[in-house]
Design a protein around this ligand. Structure first.
Ligand code: FRU
Length: 495
């Protein structure tokens, strides 16, 4: 029997995905010599998780990605788990004969038969702008007897104290270390016991400063911590964040210990961390997440490749209703992919419905402002056909934005996949503002100007291309509606 593989069926048009085989966490994101590097957890010999390597891609604009050969492969210390990369501007490591160069800091994981697993931190450096990597002969540079789970180092230069800082996940907490040279590390502090969510093992932390409302004299530190999947929670893996202060050694959390802040209210944004060394003139803090969930990541119905990244997103802290809130917006570079379909203002539902009924779209962006009226529920149905639809909606009574993927296409590969995911969002001046990105196997909704975010995978049939606007139990007004198709990135072909 011949099996026909439809490799491109769910291939995203404008999200990063590996050409072949399995991908999970983004790793080693760093900007150097005009290039954004994206490394990623990669299993080059299969479409499920396996012995980890670092895959590699490079971009000059965060939109088009060039695939590069594998950067790091397993060695005598183990397989290569997640980690980060930095520009060692002053050659503190001594790897670069006085010049700046790239250093990757990652976890070596090994599990010898009959003994406990070991997770140790190691270094690799590149003398050719990330094209090839040399593992440091002194590896590993940091180990620990106390924690079995001791991984995912994220390193950055802390200017005020003139030293490197490493934050890494240590079971149900994070540990912070300091170093003058990336090779010798001193323990500084541990954070997290009894604070935030402990629904799963802590993984892939990040720590970075952001100014509040664009005022450089008001800075807060943001800590990301991803929470692994555990059988008791149908949500699976997700990412929480903390806001607080950091002095180079210790993070002090603002607010109550039992407050949990989720980065994303969908199911498919995990292990996200930010780019290192984006130049000061640019000034942005940009992150990308793995667009999947450990609950079902190994079973998603793609063939020949598995998993994509979220859109790269710019982060900011803004005061909203008297509270400092983490805001996410897709990077502005994506706007150059836009091909306008239409842009209309102050239109009736009937007119909007008629305009949308002509469209057949699979990868596009919707920008809309909807005036809440008498309707109990309203919003858009995307990737729709006679028997499939993904609903991006709003419930007036409970003030809830949601994505419902119950009928989104293939859902039966895991019992926890189908469902509705929501987040509270109050209208502003009676309006809900929405930006939704739809691709061949995902929706990402940024509502309330980046305040409420839902990222969900979907697996619709390729011909489920309808777009609808709906209002149930009453009516609403559409203040504005813009639709753009998004040009496929190089190598991805629109169908
Ligand atoms: C998070 C994670 C990391 C680990 C990597 C292994 O998704 O579990 O903690 O380093 O994946 O692939």
């Amino acid at each position: 029997m011949v099996t026909i593989i439809n490799k491109e069926k769910y291939r995203p048009h404008y999200h990063f995905s590996p050409k072949d085989n399995w991908m999970n966490d983004p790793n080693g994101m760093v900007f150097f010599n005009g290039e954004y590097h994206l490394f990623y957890q990669y299993h080059p010999y299969g479409t499920t998780w396996g012995p980890m390597h670092w895959g590699h891609a490079v971009s000059t604009d965060l939109v088009e990605w060039e695939h590069y050969p594998i950067a790091l492969a397993p060695d005598e210390h183990g397989v290569i788990f997640s980690g980060s990369a930095v520009v060692d501007w002053k050659d503190s490591s001594g790897f670069f004969v006085g010049k700046p160069g790239l250093v990757a800091i990652f976890t070596h994981h090994c599990h010898p038969a009959g003994s406990r697993a070991h997770q140790r931190q190691s270094l690799a450096y590149s003398l050719d702008s990330g094209r090839s990597w040399i593992k440091y002969e002194g590896n590993p540079v940091l180990e620990n007897e106390r924690f079995v789970d001791f991984r995912d180092p994220k390193v950055f230069w802390h200017k005020p104290t003139e030293q490197w800082v490493m934050i890494l996940a240590s079971g149900q907490t994070v540990c912070i270390y300091n170093s003058p040279n990336l090779k010798d590390w001193t323990f500084a502090s541990e954070f997290g016991e009894g604070i935030g969510s402990h629904d799963g093992v802590w993984e892939c932390p990040d720590l970075f400063p952001l100014s509040v409302d664009g005022d450089p004299s008001k800075t807060k530190w943001v800590m990301f911590v991803s929470i692994g999947s555990s059988p008791e929670f149908s949500e699976g893996s997700r990412t929480q964040y903390f806001l607080g202060d950091f002095d180079g050694k210790t993070f002090v959390n603002d607010g109550e210990a039992d407050t949990v802040r989720w980065l994303d209210h969908g199911r498919d944004n995990y292990a996200g961390v930010s780019w290192s060394d984006i130049q000061e003139e640019d000034g942005r803090r940009i992150y990308i997440g793995w667009m999947s969930n450990w609950k079902y990541a190994n079973q998603t119905p793609t063939e020949g490749w598995r998993s994509a990244m979220t859109l790269p997103r710019e982060l900011s802290l803004e005061s909203r209703n008297g509270e400092i809130t983490l805001i996410q917006r897709p990077v502005r570079e994506l706007e150059k992919q836009r091909v306008p379909v239409f842009s209309i203002k102050e239109i009736s539902m009937e007119e909007a419905r008629a305009r949308l009924s002509e469209l057949r779209l699979n990868s596009y962006e919707i920008v809309a402002e909807l005036e809440t009226g008498t309707a109990e529920a309203f919003g858009f149905k995307v990737r729709a056909s006679a028997d499939q639809e993904t609903v991006i909606g709003y419930l007036s009574q409970s003030s809830e934005l949601f994505v419902d993927r119950t009928r989104s296409g293939q859902t039966d590969f895991h019992e926890d996949f189908a469902g509705r995911h929501g987040v509270k969002l109050e209208p502003v001046n009676g309006r809900i503002q929405l930006r939704a990105y739809v691709d061949c196997s995902s929706v990402e909704v940024f509502a309330g100007d980046g305040q409420a975010v839902i990222t969900d995978l979907i697996f619709p049939e390729p011909d489920a291309k309808g777009v609808e606007v709906y209002a149930a139990g009453g009516s609403i007004n559409l203040h504005s509606l813009e639709i753009y198709t998004l040009r496929p990135i190089k190598g991805e072909v629109a169908v």
